[in-house]
Design a protein around this ligand. Sequence first.
Ligand SMILES: *[C@@H]1O[C@H](CO)[C@@H](O)[C@H](O)[C@H]1NC(C)=O
Ligand SMILES: *[C@@H]1O[C@H](CO)[C@@H](O)[C@H](O)[C@H]1NC(C)=O
Ligand SMILES: *[C@@H]1O[C@H](CO)[C@@H](O)[C@H](O)[C@H]1NC(C)=O
Ligand SMILES: *[C@@H]1O[C@H](CO)[C@@H](O)[C@H](O)[C@H]1NC(C)=O
Ligand SMILES: *[C@@H]1O[C@H](CO)[C@@H](O)[C@H](O)[C@H]1NC(C)=O
Ligand SMILES: *[C@@H]1O[C@H](CO)[C@@H](O)[C@H](O)[C@H]1NC(C)=O
Ligand SMILES: *[C@@H]1O[C@H](CO)[C@@H](O)[C@H](O)[C@H]1NC(C)=O
Length: 711
Amino acid sequence: MRLVKVLTILFFIIFAFVHATTTDAKHYIVYMGEHSHPNSESVVRANHEILASITRSFVRAQQLAIHHYNKSFRGFSAMLTPEQAQQLEDLVVSVFQSKMNKLHTTHSWEFLRIDSAQQYNQMPMESTSNIIVGVIDIEFTLYISRIWPESKSFNDKGQGPVPKKFKGECVTGEHFRLANCNRKIIGDRFYSKGFEAESRPLESFNLPFFRSVRDGDGHGTYTASTIVGSIVANVSLFGMARGTARGGAPSVRLAIYKACWFDMCSEIDILSVLDNAISDGVDILSISIGPDPPQPSYFENAISIGAFHAFQRGILVSASAGNLAFPGTATNVAPWILIVVASSVDREFHSIVYLGNSKVLKGFSLNPIKMETYYGLIGGCAAAALGITTKNGSFCKNNTLDQTLVKGKIVAGAVRLILIDPSIKDVGFQFVIPNTLISQEEAKELQACMISENSIGKISPTITVLNIKLAPEVVVFSSIGPNIITTDIIKPDITGPGLNILAAWSPVATTTTTERSVDYNIISGTSMSCPHVSAVSAIVKSDPNGTPTTPFDYGSEHISPTGVLNPGLVYDFNSHDIINFLCSTGASPAQLKNLTRELVHCKNPLTPSYNLNYPSIGVANMNRSLSLYRTVTYYGKDPTVYVASIDYPTGVEVKVTPAKLKFTKVREKMSFRVDFIPFKNSNGSFVFGSLTWSNGIHRVRSPIGLNVVSM
Ligand SMILES: *[C@@H]1O[C@H](CO)[C@@H](O)[C@H](O)[C@H]1NC(C)=O
Ligand SMILES: *[C@@H]1O[C@H](CO)[C@@H](O)[C@H](O)[C@H]1NC(C)=O
Ligand SMILES: *[C@@H]1O[C@H](CO)[C@@H](O)[C@H](O)[C@H]1NC(C)=O
Ligand SMILES: *[C@@H]1O[C@H](CO)[C@@H](O)[C@H](O)[C@H]1NC(C)=O
Ligand SMILES: *[C@@H]1O[C@H](CO)[C@@H](O)[C@H](O)[C@H]1NC(C)=O
Ligand SMILES: *[C@@H]1O[C@H](CO)[C@@H](O)[C@H](O)[C@H]1NC(C)=O
Ligand SMILES: *[C@@H]1O[C@H](CO)[C@@H](O)[C@H](O)[C@H]1NC(C)=O
């Protein structure tokens, strides 16, 4: 009896040991907040010590720790069992398992659009600026190609010397030499340790990449040139969107941080980027990456944590909201991050479908190819392969269609439609062009046509149409609110053009360009392949036609580059306000102390999160009447009076006191109170309105979002 028990325990121990070292250990991030260590060595030693308190061996701790955050904040990553992680949790601010984040590809945010030169020409454009933008994404290219040497988009003509405050480096690597940095691209770093620890070595993917910041997939070149690209005349993608390409701010400097490989980014690496970029001295961080929804809580997510430290140092962090379209999918929702959703521009790419019955359908696509003759039409649902449901066939995914049925035909998908001509032999049809995307109404016409036998059609090459009146509109694929962590903070914050934007591209990145090498590419949701369309179909289904856009879709405003320079009034908040905010969301004083290295007293009573001085106004659970407060700072020279006007949310009376704000000097602050008196339950959803302060010249608008749960 006794022996059996001993044996069992022994077995259990052996089993537990084997288990721990092989299967159960996962890559965790252990985050400890600000540090007061004199140097990185001291941080690393302290990290090993805290880990050794769990492993009971310093040497073991050294083995388990993989990466150290030892500059702008303190932390490390290590292979740990869930039990070890739990034990550490009591000692530090947070412990969380590293996740892969995704590049917000295809429809990345375009904070500063490139083709609105006229608008940007109103901005003071000094030839040199000491503003440094850290672009995290990130890959980019200095590839010298046949037509548009990259020196054109990233040349440093007219730039002054590298700003002294920049403490970063030009890290060399595969096909990236010291000479590739210049006065525009002033520094770069790349990270793959976390990625390779969590997945496998980069080489094993059998995909093109460079072990350096050089761009293998085009995305980094695209985002970087969109921000700071030099002016390059007469560029296009196969003649489409022809015009002058320019970044929104050609005079600023760029520091490039590459943390993503094959569209995936390990949080271990993302946190390293932020640790370094902050200490490198960047002014703005641009992040086109996000976690998969649901967004993890603020201190269990690398971007939120890193951005918090950036915010504390006055660095603006703007990030993309994501491309998932469904309510609550917006990511990077911390109030210290400005998140951006995509909107359309005043340009469309039309590709017309001519049907055999002489009907003409308006479609959208990037389709440079001219079809010489009419082809037969078949619906994807009618062409489903053996064993595939008609519904699945209608999405035109790989291997769902009967090859013999679709051969030589234009195939139409179901809900929204893509038309494909598989006449290019031996190419998987999702890569094949011509194609076009048509609306549901047009689809009815098409169906009517296809009922008849031997229906035929022809797709025209793309015509670029300018001055579309309705722009900007929020693009249907953009991720939207509400903010699932703190519903009182309305997210996303702002919209920026993100549909069909032309920008520099890596000539070696050909997966989205049908294997053709291009120097400029147009990317967005108007996709060129069936898999994209299936996603759009799902979105269309979930988004009833005619739903008005709410602030959760478009944030506070559409971005106005001229407005940003001369805002009139500003809603300001600093890290003390953020600490109060975090108190209200339940962070413990001990956690907060370690976060900031300052003694933190949460105010009693707590400041409700709807009183954070955010530029939008949100109350997620409104019971009866409620008053909240905001403070504005005046940015203008002469005395002026701002008057409040209200766009009332349905069922709620709104009163602003005082209703007039008299300012006499610049940076003067004034507070006001907003009283909400609901007279109708909003039945579980938000009602929207807005508050606008105007002095006759400036209009400063705050969206209001209220969920009235009881009266
Ligand atoms: C600080 O962390 C980085 C990243 O893990 C590491 O390369 C460096 O060696 C660390 N510094 C020290 C002094 O250990
Ligand atoms: C705060 O940091 C100190 C020293 O690094 C540590 O002893 C303490 O346990 C930490 N507390 C929390 C809640 O993170
Ligand atoms: C722009 O480039 C195209 C060829 O890509 C050329 O035919 C055209 O003349 C150029 N236009 C100008 C204004 O240089
Ligand atoms: C149809 O597609 C769904 C989702 O991709 C898949 O789960 C299902 O197995 C498919 N069914 C058939 C019969 O193809
Ligand atoms: C499509 O299917 C074929 C055959 O199953 C495969 O070789 C090819 O890689 C697939 N393409 C994509 C994009 O999944
Ligand atoms: C409304 O009441 C609910 C339930 O008592 C409470 O959780 C919520 O915080 C209240 N809302 C506000 C804005 O006070
Ligand atoms: C309230 O919401 C429920 C469920 O969403 C719905 O069935 C009901 O019709 C709504 N009532 C009103 C008055 O809008």
